[in-house]
Ligand binder design. Structure first.
Ligand SMILES: NC(=O)C1=CN([C@@H]2O[C@H](COP(=O)(O)OP(=O)(O)OC[C@H]3O[C@@H](n4cnc5c(N)ncnc54)[C@H](OP(=O)(O)O)[C@@H]3O)[C@@H](O)[C@H]2O)C=CC1
Ligand SMILES: Nc1nc(=O)c2c([nH]1)NC[C@@H]1CN(c3ccc(C(=O)N[C@@H](CCC(=O)O)C(=O)O)cc3)C=[N+]21
Ligand SMILES: [Mg+2]
Length: 295
C-alpha cells in the first residue's frame, strides 16, 4: 500500500479562493476592505520569506495588507507602542507579530498587548483560554489548518486515537485542544515522553510538530494512519539546502494511509487560515453578519 499524499497546497488555494469571494461580499457590505497588519522585528531570512508570502496572499484575496519592519535592536517599549497603535487603528482588523522575537524582547508581553479581537494568530491568553473552554475565539492558524486537512481526509474524527508530538503554545497545545473538541482520544507527547514509537504505533492520527528533521520513522506508525507533518526543517543538500518535515516521508509512505508533504502540506494551509481569521475579524469589527461554517 502506498499512502495518499494530502495536497495542502491545493486545499489552501481552494480555501484562499473561498475567502476571496467572501471578502468581496464583505467589502460591498462594509464599504471597506479587511486589513491585516504584520509586524516583523529583525532580519531573520526565513521570517522575511513568510512575511512576504503572507502579504502577497492577503492582497491576492483582495484585503489590505501592511507590513511594519522594525530593526532587530528595537526596544520592547517601541514594539508595544506600535502594537497599541495598531489596536487603535480602525483600518486594521488583524495583527500578527512574527515570532520568534529577538531575545531582549519578552514575547509573552507583546502577545498580551494585542487586542484579543484582532489576534488573528490566536496566541493571546484570552483566545487560548477560549479554545480550551470551548468558546468562540481565534484559533491558531497552523493547528486549525491541520484540523481542516484531517476532516477533509477522514470526515468525522470522533473516537479516533490521536497523538500530537510537541506541546508548544502555537502548535501542539492548540492542536490537542482541537482534536479533543472533535472527540478524539488525545495523547500529547514531548521531549520527556517515554517510548514515543509505541505511542505513535497506537495512533490513527499522528500530528508531528517537533522541529527535528525526519525524526518520526515509518515503522513507528500504525498501518493506515493519517500523518500530518507540521515540521519545517532546512537541511543541507549538496551545495544548497532543502526543506524536510519531522516525519521520514519516504519511510512513512509505505505504512501510512495518508500523509502531508513538506513543503506543500501544512505550511500553505497556515497562510490560508490566517486570511480566514482576518476575514472573521473584519466581520466582527465592522458589525457585518457572517454565516458561520460557510468556509
Ligand atoms: N507549517 C507551519 O505553518 C508551521 C511550522 N512550524 C514548524 O513546526 C515545528 C514545531 O514548531 P514549534 O511548535 O514552534 O516548536 P517548539 O520548539 O516550540 O516546540 C517543539 C516541541 O517538540 C518537543 N520535542 C523536542 N524534541 C523532541 C523529541 N526528541 N521527542 C519528542 N518531542 C520533542 C518539545 O518538547 P518540550 O516541550 O519537552 O521541550 C516541544 O514541545 C518546527 O519545525 C517549526 O518550524 C511551526 C509553526 C508553523
Ligand atoms: N506570529 C507568527 N505566526 C505564525 O503563523 C508563524 C510565526 N509567527 N513564525 C513562524 C511560523 C512558521 N510559519 C509558516 C508559515 C508558512 C509556511 C509555508 O508556507 N511553508 C511552505 C514552504 C515555504 C518555503 O519554501 O520556505 C510549505 O510548507 O510549502 C511555513 C511556516 C508561520 N509561523
Ligand atoms: Mg524572545
Amino acid at each position: 500500500m502506498t499512502a495518499r499524499i494530502i495536497d495542502g497546497k491545493a486545499r489552501a488555494a481552494a480555501l484562499r479562493a473561498r475567502v476571496g469571494e467572501q471578502h468581496a461580499a464583505f467589502e460591498r457590505a462594509a464599504g471597506r476592505k479587511a486589513g491585516l497588519a504584520v509586524v516583523l522585528v529583525g532580519e531573520d531570512p526565513a521570517s522575511a520569506v513568510y512575511v512576504r508570502s503572507k502579504g502577497k496572499a492577503t492582497e491576492a484575496a483582495g484585503m489590505a495588507s501592511s507590513t511594519h519592519r522594525l530593526a532587530a535592536k528595537t526596544s520592547e517599549g517601541d514594539l508595544l507602542t506600535l502594537v497599541r497603535q495598531l489596536n487603535g487603528d480602525p483600518a486594521v482588523d488583524g495583527i500578527l507579530v512574527q515570532l520568534p522575537l529577538p531575545g531582549h524582547i519578552n514575547e509573552n508581553a507583546v502577545i498580551a498587548a494585542i487586542d484579543p479581537n484582532k489576534d488573528v494568530d490566536g496566541f493571546h491568553p484570552v483566545n487560548a483560554g477560549r479554545l480550551a473552554s470551548g468558546l468562540q475565539g481565534f484559533v491558531p492558524c497552523t493547528p486549525l489548518g491541520c484540523l481542516m486537512l484531517l476532516k477533509e481526509e477522514l470526515g468525522d474524527l470522533s473516537g479516533l486515537d490521536a497523538v500530537v508530538i510537541g506541546r508548544s503554545n502555537i502548535v501542539g497545545k492548540p492542536m490537542a485542544a482541537l482534536l479533543l473538541a472533535e472527540s478524539c482520544t488525545v495523547t500529547i507527547a514531548h521531549s520527556r515522553t517515554r517510548d514515543l514509537a509505541a505511542k505513535a504505533a497506537a495512533a490513527d492520527i499522528v500530528v508531528a510538530a517537533v522541529g527535528r528533521p525526519e525524526m518520526i520513522k515509518g515503522d513507528w506508525l500504525k498501518p493506515g494512519a493519517t500523518v500530518i507533518d507540521v515540521g519545517i526543517n532546512r537541511v543541507p543538500d549538496g551545495e544548497g539546502t532543502r526543506l524536510v518535515g519531522d516525519v521520514d516521508f519516504d519511510g512513512a509512505l509505505s505504512v501510512a494511509g495518508a500523509i502531508t508533504p513538506v513543503p506543500g502540506g501544512v505550511g500553505p494551509m497556515t497562510i490560508a487560515v490566517l486570511l480566514r481569521n482576518t476575514l472573521l475579524a473584519a466581520h466582527r469589527n465592522a458589525g457585518v453578519a457572517y454565516e458561520k461554517g460557510s468556509l
